[in-house]
Design a protein around this ligand. Structure first.
Ligand SMILES: [Zn+2]
Length: 242
């Protein structure tokens, strides 16, 4: 059987839920092993509610870890938390190597991560860099020689918060209708970011409408489809233009 594993590289713990929760749940239901690599907890920059409640840094990290574990479990994924700092997330050689080692362990057949540009959140850009650099390192025979090297898993970029200004081109629309309840439940695990629940529900409905309009006779998606948008980094290789 072909390797069916998905690796998601997320800058902060909430990101994988809002942006890729549907893809994660779909892949898990299809039998993929799914690993979510959270480079940081988003403890400084994406945990405003916990700061207002008076929690300290360590308490916030622990709270966010629990949220991420709960969300990953709902979606059918395994969480791998690196606990690098956030705001700023710094790309260090050590962190890149650790992520490359995770690639070698997971040997993903699909990779999801952030867009190259996100003017509102440089941590997301750093995570993108780390994800792509680590992928290339894991492909190199000279990195930890003797191990099986990584092939060429396609990389899909998930949707940033303000897509138009981040150069995001949604050229892949994924129908996540069948797993929407799981994504919603995972979003509700992120109690520190309740302000995003409605926003990402609206985004999912809008991408669903676009998926309907682009589905053609091959899928024929009905009204009420829920979607997630992605952008491919590398060319699609196929024997059929279907
Ligand atoms: Zn983030």
């Amino acid at each position: 059987m072909a390797n069916t594993s998905l690796l998601v590289v997320s800058a902060h713990v909430g990101d994988f839920v809002w942006r890729a929760g549907g893809a994660i749940a779909l892949c898990a239901e299809q039998g993929y092993s799914v690993t979510v690599a959270c480079l940081s907890y988003g403890e400084r920059g994406e945990s405003a509610r916990f700061w207002r409640e008076g929690l300290n840094l360590q308490q916030i990290k622990e709270a966010r870890h629990r949220e991420a574990e709960a969300a990953a479990a709902v979606l059918g994924a395994t969480l791998h938390a690196f606990d690098a700092d956030d705001y700023p997330l710094i790309e260090t050689p050590e962190l890149v190597e650790k992520v490359a080692r995770l690639y070698r362990t997971v040997m993903p057949s699909i990779v999801l991560t952030h867009t190259e540009r996100d003017p509102w959140n440089r941590d997301h850009e750093v995570a993108h860099e780390i994800a792509l650099k680590a992928r290339i390192i894991a492909q190199a025979p000279g990195f930890d020689p003797g191990q099986q090297v990584l092939g060429a898993p396609p990389v899909f970029l998930f949707e940033p918060h303000q897509p138009e200004n981040s150069g995001f081109v949604p050229n892949v629309l994924l129908d996540i209708t069948s797993v929407w309840e799981k994504k919603l439940a995972a979003m509700h695990c992120m109690e520190g970011q309740q302000h995003l629940w409605d926003y990402y529900t609206d985004v999912a409905k809008r991408r669903g409408v676009q998926a309907e309009r682009n589905s053609g006779p091959n899928l024929g998606l009905p009204a009420g489809t829920i979607g997630e948008a992605y952008q491919r980094v590398y060319p699609q290789v196929t024997r059929e233009l279907n």
